[in-house]
Design a protein around this ligand. Sequence first.
Ligand code: PMT
Length: 223
Amino acid sequence: DSAKPLRGRKVLVTAGPTHEPIDPVRYIANRSSGKQGYAIADALAELGADVTLISGPTRLDASQNVTLRAVESAQEMLVACEETLPVDAAVFAAAVADWRVNNEASQKIKKQAGALPDLSLTENPDILATISGSVSNRPALVVGFAAETENIVENGKAKLDKKGCDWIVANDVSASTGTFGGEENQVFLLKGASTESWPKQTKQGVARTLGAHISDFFQSKST
Ligand code: PMT
């Protein structure tokens, strides 16, 4: 079926920010809206894939043809990803917090005159690196993102090597670009030594072009 080249393929997409709790009412987060990841989930479902969208907290509604799994923290996102395996392809568009508070308070921290809360941070698991390194359950195609504010391609390539994924979509997230939260994105697709620069376009446009690359990947594998 040429209109549904991903029919029969199971795909996992992550999207949105993660919220890392400080206490029952406070958290650390970032400016990801989820728009890029939701657009990718939609585009892949449109191509016939069976899509599970694992999303941090956003204001978006998932399409009906996508299975949504809502999570809050990076640790929850990792568990949800592992529970969704095996999949044929995984696309990691979420802006996962690199750090979480390791002394999360069980009660709301009280404001006390002159005393500041003592927050200590610890590193979150790297979901992309963990799934890329999975021995028994690695998806045939693992696509990561790289959110950079300088040396976009160079830093993206370094992430491709370090995280062990197959492709990286590298984007400039400097404040002036409006990538976080905005409607448009300008990305580079890094596959091994090859670098493609895509024009600035809507996040839906990026998602459709990425979907075409993913379809080609599976088409050339099966012929
Ligand atoms: O949500 P929008 O407002 O639409 O914005 C889209 C976006 C800018 C968030 C998106 O296009 C994007 O770049 N997503 C990745 C954001 C990010 O966290 O990038 P990073 O360079 O810090 O991480 C590199 C890769 O590792 C990413 O695929 C990320 O999902 C993954 N990662 C990072 C940290 C971690 N602990 N676990 C991970 O899996």
